[in-house]
Each structure stands twice: as C-alpha cells, then as structure tokens.
Design a protein around this ligand. Structure first.
Ligand SMILES: C[S@@+](CC[C@H](N)C(=O)[O-])C[C@H]1O[C@@H](n2cnc3c(N)ncnc32)[C@H](O)[C@@H]1O
Length: 300
C-alpha cells in the first residue's frame, strides 16, 4: 500500500501521525464555519448532505429548486480544505417533484464543475435491498449517485487497493490460447473496440466497476439517514493514503469516522446537530476498531 501522508500543518497532528496513532475528531457546528478553522489539509471529503425536502422533522432541508444554490455555499470551504490532489465524493439522490424527477442533483454537479471542480466519474451505489412499495409510474428505487469530484484532473488514486479477484474463468479460458484468442481481436461490429486476452495471463486481480453493491442499513443508529460503512470505506481505500485525512462535513451518525478508523486514516466528522454529534461519538467509540485512536470532541 502507498504511504503518502496528508499535508499536515499542525504540530499536534504531526506528533500524532509520527507516533503511528490516528485521531477521530467530532465537531459540532456548521461545516461552512468549522472547515476554515481547521489547520490541516485533507485527502478526501466524503459525505451525504441532507436530501432536498426530506427529513424535515429531523434536520434542516431545502426545496429542490434551492438545493443547488445551497450546496454551492459549501464549495469554497470544501475546495480550500483539500490538498491539491484531494477528492470530494458526494453521495446524493434526486427526488420526484410534481410527478417527475427533479434535476437538482445534475444542476449541483454541473455547478460544481463551473466552480473549478473536475467531475472525475459518476459512481452508482446499487442497493441490494431497496425499500419495498408500489408507485404507479415507477419501480422500486434501487440506487444512488456518488459523484467523484476533484481539484485536479489526476487526483490521488490507489487503484490497487480496490482491485478484486479476477475470477475462476481465467484458469480455463487463458490456459491454452490459440487462434484468434492468441492475438489482438478487434470487435466484429467495427466499433473500434478490441481486446487481447494475452494481457490477462498471470493476472489475479482486476479493477472493480464503478457500481458499488451494498445493502441499506437496517439498524437504528439514532439517525434517520445512515449510509453503509462500506460506502465511505470503498472511497477511502481508493482515494486516500494510509494515515491520510478524511472529512465528512455532514457527519450524521459518524459512519465515515468508523470506516476511516478501521482503515487507519485520520478523520474529522462535522454535524450542526448536537444530538447527532453525541450519537456519532458513542457509536464510533463502540463500533470502530479503535486500537489507540485518539477520540476528540469539539463544541458539544
Ligand atoms: C444525510 S445526513 C448524513 C448521514 C451520515 N452519512 C450517516 O451515515 O449517518 C446529513 C447530516 O447533515 C447535517 N447537516 C445539515 N446541515 C449542516 C451544516 N450546515 N453543517 C454541518 N452539518 C449539517 C444534518 O444534521 C444531518 O445529520
């Protein structure tokens, strides 16, 4: 595994990193105000903001027409806290408004591109257990976006860290390549695509696709919109080095903190709701593989 450390400005954090220990800091406050106070730069922001017009009982939310403009108020604080090769992963889903899909999610991502972010790729979180129900014009909603944005066209990526086993087919298929299989083969339909099976001989791992299969979280963590730990974990592996710094500026129940600690990354979890900060602190302390991690509370 590559071991590039996040650019760390504060001497406390340097001591922390050098000692081999990591920290998880939970901050209660508005992330637009808290991020500029942080004297470190991060490798990754991974987060799921409040969805438009959802969970009004639980926390602030805005009309879909206003969502993109609201998200843009976070653009500078997010951009400024990341190191030059850093990434921002935005997990989000649009809503049905007046019978059709509102496109505030697309407006948001296009707006971020206009604000100097590169849109590196669109990942899909495929929910293996979507909510049951009946909708006259739609089927069960089984996926959400994870947009990978970055400050540079070539952000830090450790693709080795997310590779998956190539699968048993190779032993049979590649054992004795003959004829067309033993040379480059261009597509029959003249699409310009081609393949050369010889490139796969001896390989045991391949890149996964940009569709991430994970079930919805069934457990009650004192928060209404928890994402599965596997979601931030996937992007932390791909987009941060060991000992790096991950920030979740809409931290909720602290899922990103758990994923970061378990993967030996430092983390800062920010939420403007004190109850959620307390719940996140308790949950992380109980569930994460702390192993010497320093837990820090701020503002609650
Ligand atoms: C969708 S939830 C995140 C859930 C989280 N991914 C988890 O797994 O628990 C969004 C969170 O953003 C918080 N929030 C809303 N506006 C905020 C702001 N301006 N600054 C910080 N947190 C905010 C809400 O309190 C809510 O807990």
């Amino acid at each position: 595994m590559k071991t590039r450390r996040a650019k760390i400005k504060s001497s406390g954090a340097i001591q922390e990193a050098l000692s081999g220990n990591i920290y998880c800091k939970i901050i209660c406050g508005d992330s637009r105000e808290e991020l500029p106070k942080i004297n470190e730069s991060a490798d990754l922001i991974i987060t799921s903001p409040p969805y438009a017009d959802a969970r009004k009982k639980h926390y602030d939310s805005m009309h879909p027409d206003e969502f993109a403009e609201w998200m843009f108020t976070f653009s500078d604080p997010f951009f400024n806290i990341l190191n030059p090769k850093g990434s921002f992963v935005l997990n989000i889903k649009d809503r049905i408004v007046a019978g059709q899909r509102h496109r505030y999610v697309w407006e948001t991502v296009i707006g971020f591109q206009k604000r100097n972010w590169y849109a590196i790729d669109d990942y899909i979180w495929y929910k293996t257990n979507p909510m049951p129900g009946y909708w006259p014009t739609r089927l069960r909603d089984g996926w959400e976006y994870c947009f990978h944005l970055a400050k540079d066209k070539k952000p830090y990526e450790d693709q080795e860290a997310v590779k998956v086993p190539i699968g048993g087919w190779t032993e049979v298929r590649l054992a004795n390549l003959k004829g067309k299989s033993a040379q480059r083969h261009d597509s029959e339909n003249k699409s310009g695509f081609g393949r050369d099976l010889r490139n796969w001989v001896g390989k045991t791992k391949v890149l996964p696709s940009n569709v991430i299969d994970l079930p919805l979280v069934g457990k009650n963590y004192g928060h209404p919109a928890v994402f599965p730990t596997g979601l931030p974990a996937f992007f932390i592996r791909l987009l941060t080095p060991d000992n790096g710094l991950v920030i979740d500026p809409f931290g909720g129940s602290g899922t990103t903190g758990i994923a970061a600690i378990n993967l030996h990354r430092n983390s800062i979890i920010i939420d403007n709701n004190e109850e959620y900060c307390k719940a996140a602190y308790d949950r992380i302390s109980k569930e994460a593989n702390l192993n010497g991690t320093r837990m820090i509370k701020e503002g609650f």
